[in-house]
Design a protein around this ligand. Sequence first.
Ligand code: PXP
Length: 250
Amino acid sequence: MPKNRLRLGINVDHVATVRNARGGALPDPVRAAHLAIAAGADGITAHLREDRRHIRDADMERLARELSKPLNFEMAATEEMIVLAEKLKPHAACLVPEKREERTTEGGLDVVGQAAPLAPAIARLKAAGCRVSLFIEPDEAPIAMAAELGAPVVELHTGTWCHAVADGHSAKAEAEFQRLAKGAAFAASLGLEVHAGHGLDYDTARKLAAVPDFVEFNIGHFLIGEAIFVGLEATIARMRQAMDEGRTAG
Ligand code: PXP
């Protein structure tokens, strides 16, 4: 096991997506969260979206109540979500941008443009005991602003890099990888804890794990999809191995 082992957070949103396709109670995202923890996950992430398209309020309440590992409540910085986080007091709150029409979170939070409304949101979440993270692009301006706003953690958006890798655009992929590595080093130099997430699979997670400034990866869609074929336990074990291999190699 590498000495500065990366934490693996599992996002269970898409178990709820499958459940909601039929409108009943199954499959249960909270059961998936318990199983993920038993399989070695270091924490669970769930995103309660404004439109409740996957995770619902009752899921979030059960996750906050039942889990034996930290819950990362992914949310937009709206009054409704802040009030809920203040009530549920999850271990962590990750602020993300949210647009109703998007299929998934597109792009990082505009922390520079939205600094004024974000400042009190961050302060309230911190007062509720949540470790606040901001999901941002891996660039200097948003990273510096995150530090200025007093967020202890940034989660760097890996989506652009992962798309470039998947599309076989190797020059763009290399440039995006360097952007992430540079962003992580800059964030760490400011004293921020650095996480990463969006679109990661075994190969991208292995490669990114070599960058020593990352402390935690949050991964959902790929893992839940793989679990259909080989089961959640085997999928998480393989992701754990990929991350450990990358970290050791780095
Ligand atoms: N981190 C954040 C902040 C996200 O918004 C998402 C997507 O919900 C993830 C991680 C996980 O991304 P994926 O499901 O593509 O692994």
